[in-house]
Design a protein around this ligand. Sequence first.
Ligand code: GLU
Length: 515
Amino acid sequence: MENSIDGKVRLRFAPSPTGGLHLGGVRTVLFNYLFAKHHGGELILRIEDTDQTRFVPGAEKYILDTLHWCGIIPNESPLHGGAYGPYRQSERKALYTPYAQSLIEQGFAYYAFDTPEELEEKRKKVPNFQYSHKFRQEMRNSISLSENEVSNLLKNGTPYVIRIKMPQDEEIVFNDMIRGEVRFDVNTVDDKVLLKADGMPTYHLAVVVDDYLMKITHAFRGEEWLPSAPVHILLWKYLFGIEAMPLWAHLPLILKPEGTGKLSKRDGERLGFPVFAMDWTDPHSKETTVGFKEKGFLPEAFINFLAILGWNDGSQQEIFSVEELISKFDIERVHKSGARFDYEKAKWFNQEWIKRTDNTSLASLLQPFLEAANIEVHEPSYLVKVIGLVKERCHLLSDFITQSHFFFRAPTHIDIATILPKWDEKKQHFFDTLVEQSSQHINKGLSTLPVKTLEDNFKALATAQNIKTADLLLPLRIMLVGGKFGPGVFDIIESIEFSDATARIKYALQLISTK
Ligand code: GLU
């Protein structure tokens, strides 16, 4: 394969540890992962932490935990190690300076001594100021100053940054794997800082040097990085030769549900859905942003709907396992235009994956939700059985609680108001008889009966008392679970058994009698 090393593709996910991982970030790593695995290659996780001002403690661990939850295990990372480490850019600091120096020596970069105050001053004076060929001469740098002045400033230890010297009146062209040919007018790009005053590289220098040193063959990243591509292309050309540059794809944005504008954390808050992969607590504000995991998504569903955001295999198929995605993924089938995020559709994917997941696995995934709801499960097999009864109704793992809490404890609220308008003596008599029958079963030591028998007996009693079964089922359901929800009423009685069922019916009858 073109651009590969020894035939092996090497892709990287290069997040900056600045906070929770947004849907867009996870989709980026997913597409890199799918492509790498499709071609039998490797995925590298590189932490881009050169901007110390944006560094957030805990963010790196969060990224690793998220990848772990998603089942995307990098071959090389700060955690897994590898032959091209270290995998945190801050630990590679010393390595970038010689490249910046070499750019200066070749005349592709220059020292700039302007203080932050001087820059601020200039920005105030010149609207839309850009540090570029237009203003370089007016600033304090190794292009505008004499050689002597420059060497004195350097000798005196004057702080400086190194900037790229963008060429003038040139067009830069490259081939994006999704967008095809992309052209840039370099006159619109400023002389980006490559090395900062603290000796740290900026993203632009570090990303190019590391993609080279880590032998990256393909790099897929968010569309927001497209404007930086001309700077990176030039750095590749100047430092390593353009042939060595990875093949790039810039992934389209994930759009707001309305279809316009990038989906943001605020949209999630506004519309009540998660935007981060997992819960993220900001270490400064202590504010927690809810994640898909804690909201009750299965990783299989999360991966599946993310893959579909902007990609399809050309068929109508929507449900894909990760193995299928690996075998079918093709970066060239990713759409150029943004993909609208639809939370209802995401929940549909989750429901489909809940249906496909075996009940025992669901039982262990449900533990945190059961704990949060204070539901104690005495018998694991009972939980597995209940899951089987309600799973089809659940879009989220958290729905299990609303759909099944009454299997574990009597409802605290009974919607008597719905029963009362149609309540009459005949119904009262029917339920009194039902309680009597159940009590007799209990007295005989019979805890429960098969679902079908329960249903037949119920119908027989209704017929004997000349009442329509249909009119009895809703009150019965409300007495058992509290409201108009839950699986089949006879399934519920069979599971909670005569003792609980009878107690609940008796309690509801008592409430009715006081109204
Ligand atoms: N560090 C960049 C980010 O935080 C990575 C961009 C790239 O993949 O080149 O998204």
